[in-house]
Design a protein around this ligand. Structure first.
Ligand code: UD1
Ligand code: UDP
Length: 379
């Protein structure tokens, strides 16, 4: 039986890999060896716990305020030893984190085929998002099988000379994860959030963490949030704040003491998707949240200057607004107070998937390993 090793290390990889791990484990065709790097800790463990995934190997690499080089070297070093012992026939990496690219490089050095999930996203700017744009391009150079979420990402890969035979359009597994989680009505562990859910108040859900936004840009975001909180007393801002101390130092001072801002620890995925479905507007620099919110019909303001996820912008539910304080205040105000503008953006669309991405992934991996055939692509 072929030995397939999914490797992941951060919260978004765990969420997007979970449907694949579950599908591999349910299949009688594979021996699935789950390996986590532990690039994240609490934020990774809370996802695995929700999906009932118990890693077979944990490199436990996290260091506080870790450098990119430390993530890269500690991951490659750990996998180098593990591959010698576990001898996988293929590895699966997801997306564009440093765990993902380090996993691909380590496997490539061992002659192990790399399956890249969420392949072909491109912003066109090597420095934004940093280092993710470079990470995903590096992985594309060494992967054997490229699982593109959409036809746009497939086109990006073709334009870079990747052979069409090696690309499958699967949809994004984040939609598989969302669909199996969002309707479970998971109770909030923070009583303030349960109270908020019952109050029917309008919610602005905010997340921010991107490296290129840390520092001045993120302090500007926090000042914008403070101004919105003062201007809109009937609104509640919910900010599940990333575990990164650099993010906390930038964001928390400006909003401390605001009665209508709730700052929480990162929400477990089930709680977060419920909060997403209760929200009126979403303000974020997250990749995954940009993909999930449109599926729930929530308008999304993206605090970035570019995106590798143009599909929901084309569909009209996502707007790129950058990180300028004035612009954030203005764009949130428009969505809160101009009904027509809100209605135009609040459409439920599913450009990123149909919930069957994991099934297509497993079939494509089976074909790569010579034990099955691909199924129809996501259209
Ligand atoms: C990483 C990914 C980014 C992804 C993001 C998802 C890279 C280079 N970056 O960025 O692509 O969008 O994850 O959230 O791969 N920390 C904890 N506990 C945790 C998680 C983080 O304490 O569970 C703290 C640590 O101090 C750590 C810091 O956060 O050093 C930053 O974590 P890191 O993984 O380096 O960067 P992220 O910004 O989370
Ligand atoms: N998310 C979560 N709890 C939170 C905030 C986000 O479970 O408190 C989920 C969210 O639903 C999405 C993913 O985390 O699926 C996005 O992760 P993040 O923004 O950290 O990374 P990115 O997607 O930008 O790489």
């Amino acid at each position: 039986m072929p030995r397939v090793m999914p490797i992941f290390g951060t919260r978004p990889e765990a969420i997007k890999m979970a449907p694949i791990v579950i599908a591999l484990q349910e299949s009688a065709e594979f021996d699935c060896i789950v390996t986590v790097t532990g690039q994240h800790r609490e934020m990774l463990d809370q996802v695995n716990e929700l999906f009932g995934i118990v890693p077979d190997h944990d490199l436990n690499i996290l260091q506080q305020r870790q450098s990119l080089s430390a993530i890269m070297t500690r991951t490659i070093d750990g996998l180098d030893k593990l591959f010698t012992e576990a001898k996988p026939d293929a590895v699966i990496v997801q997306g564009d984190t440093t765990t993902s690219t380090a996993g691909a490089i380590a496997a490539f050095y061992h002659g192990i085929p790399v399956v890249h999930v969420e392949a072909g996203l491109r912003s066109g700017n090597l420095l934004s998002p940093f280092p993710e744009e470079a990470n995903r391009k590096i992985t594309s150079q060494i992967a054997s099988l490229h699982l593109a979420p959409t036809s746009i990402s497939k086109a990006n890969l073709l334009a870079e000379g990747i052979s069409e035979d090696d690309i499958v359009v699967t949809g994004n597994t984040v939609i598989d994860a969302l669909l199996t989680t969002v309707n479970k009505h998971i109770p909030f562990s923070d009583p303030q959030l349960e109270e908020l859910a019952e109050s029917g108040r309008r919610i602005l859900l905010v997340t921010t963490h991107r490296r290129e936004n840390q520092g001045d840009a993120m302090r500007g975001v926090a000042r914008a949030l403070a101004r919105i909180a003062d201007a809109e007393p009937e609104l509640t801002i919910v900010l599940p704040v990333h575990r990164n101390p650099v993010v906390r130092e930038a964001v928390l001072p400006a909003i401390e003491g605001k009665g209508n801002v709730i700052v929480t620890e990162p929400l477990a995925y089930g709680e977060f998707t419920r909060m997403l479905s209760l929200s009126h507007v979403v303000l974020t620099d997250s990749g995954g949240v940009q993909e999930e919110a449109p599926s729930l019909g929530k308008p999304v303001l993206v605090m970035r200057d570019n995106t590798e996820r143009p599909e929901a912008i084309h569909a009209g539910t996502v707007a790129l607004i950058g990180t300028d304080e004035e612009r954030i205040v203005k764009e949130v105000d428009r969505l809160l107070n101009e009904q027509e503008h809100f209605d135009a953006m609040a459409n439920a669309v599913n450009p990123y998937g149909d919930g069957k991405a994991a099934q297509r992934t497993v079939a494509a991996v089976a074909e790569l390993l010579g034990i099955g055939k691909r199924i129809d692509s996501f259209n």
